[in-house]
Design a protein around this ligand. Structure first.
Ligand code: FES
Length: 147
């Protein structure tokens, strides 16, 4: 059995410890805001925050998260939209929306430690892929959320 915390709640999964965190979140915890994109660590659609760091959840097993603190898009903000979510809406940084939760999680992790990220820092922290090409609007949204 693997135990850790997801969105402030203790979880224990009775599944193969090598199960990718992404599948445990989506299939066992019904936290479907975390998206499957490539399953290969390339697209970032599955990004969650683990112990303060943006992590691609398709690339970590639940065993690797043992004892850790996971935040998904559902747990990013309890009562109202997180500033990053508000900024994404204000800057129209969403098109089809499939990649958006991953971008939001990566941006949220970035601005916790950096209240004034440069374009280069944003580009380095958000290597997520958006087939719709919202990158300029995403960058503006991250700057808005950080300010
Ligand atoms: Fe995890 Fe693409 S689904 S990086």
């Amino acid at each position: 059995m693997t135990r850790f915390t997801v969105n402030g709640q203790p979880v224990h999964y009775r599944m193969d410890p090598e199960t990718p965190l992404l599948f445990a979140l989506r299939d066992a915890s019904n936290l479907t805001g975390t998206k499957y994109g490539c399953g290969m660590g390339q697209c970032g659609a599955c990004t969650v925050i683990i112990d303060g760091q943006a992590v691609r959840s398709c690339q970590v097993t639940i065993a690797q998260v043992e004892g850790g603190f996971v935040t998904t898009i559902e747990g990013l903000s309890r009562d109202r939209s997180h500033p990053v979510q508000q900024a994404f809406a204000a800057e129209w940084a969403v098109q089809c929306g499939h990649c958006t939760p991953g971008f939001v999680m990566a941006a949220a992790a970035l601005i916790v430690g950096n209240a004034n990220p440069s374009d280069l820092e944003i580009d380095r922290a958000l290597t997520n892929l958006c087939p719709c090409g919202t990158y300029p609007r995403v960058r503006r949204a991250v700057r808005r959320a950080a300010s």
